[in-house]
Ligand binder design. Structure first.
Ligand code: KIV
Length: 262
């Protein structure tokens, strides 16, 4: 999948897979995989830098990681980059600057959390030729307002409000929506109500696709055992075994061998 047109065309036809990537190295793995599209998430702050929240991701950090991922993908996949903390809340001109920097770094589209109060930013970017995907539900940039990382949309009123916001994102011209940590029936209702693809994370099986963090889906983040993550590989064991074998071979003198020496 190379463009937002390919992405939109999947609605109701074939499910979309999306993984995060933060580095050139991860992007090369993804380029060689059948995963459809790639997100440079502001989760770079938590996953790569060990920060407690995504607040530490700045436009400069997102630009640097977008450029690294774009080089690794070599144009092979649709590349979306997160608008970092508050970047959509400073008005249209700073949002345009942020989008310009991310697109110059290689993003094909940007993702923006929430919508109430910055519908104008969505509209202006879309009308400027910047494809935008929304993000609702447990939006990590609002973790303090939510009182922690909690499932959203659990009451009828909260679910109805999510549907209202989803419609507002679609009306503003977004090409898709990421829905995070909501009950699967709420995700089903929103997916059926929208004509743009809805990508779930912790949102059950009725969405048009799924996104996971690269390190989580490969089992590279063993401390993170959240219910919605499936580990499709035992990356922690593979990496741990490799490092132990290297240390042992250095210790017993079997590395480097003659063949590995000049
Ligand atoms: O930053 C992120 O990793 C995300 C998720 C939806 C995967 O936004």
């Amino acid at each position: 999948m190379k463009s937002v047109l390919d992405f939109k065309a999947r609605k109701g036809k074939a499910r979309i897979s999306m993984s995060t990537a933060y580095t050139h190295w991860e992007a090369r793995f993804l380029a060689a995989s059948p995963v459809d599209c790639v997100l440079v998430g502001d989760s770079v702050a938590t996953v790569v830098d060990g920060e407690p929240t995504t607040f530490a991701a700045t436009p400069e950090i997102m630009v640097r990681h977008t450029a690294a991922v774009a080089r690794g993908l070599g144009g092979s996949k649709l590349l979306i980059t997160d608008f970092p903390f508050l970047a959509a809340r400073k008005g249209i001109a700073p949002a345009v600057e942020c989008a310009a920097a991310l697109m110059r770094a290689g993003a094909h589209a940007v993702k923006i959390e929430g919508v109430d109060g910055h519908e104008d930013v969505f509209r202006h970017l879309v009308q400027s030729g910047v494809p935008v995907i929304g993000h609702l539900g447990l939006t990590p940039q609002s973790v303090n307002a939510f009182g922690g990382y909690k499932v959203q949309g659990k009451t009828d009123a909260a679910a109805a409000d999510l549907l209202r916001q989803a419609r507002s994102i679609e009306a503003a011209g977004a090409f898709g929506l990421v829905l995070e940590c909501v009950p699967s029936e709420v995700a089903r209702t929103i997916t059926e109500a929208l004509s743009i693809p809805v990508i779930g994370i912790g949102a059950g099986q009725h969405t048009d696709g799924q996104v996971l963090v690269f390190h989580d889906l490969l089992g590279l983040n063993p401390g993170f055992n959240t219910k919605f993550v499936r580990q499709f590989a035992d990356g922690n064991k593979t990496v741990g075994d490799g490092l132990a074998a290297f240390a042992a071979a250095v210790a017993d003198g079997s590395f480097p061998s003659k063949k590995e020496s000049y």
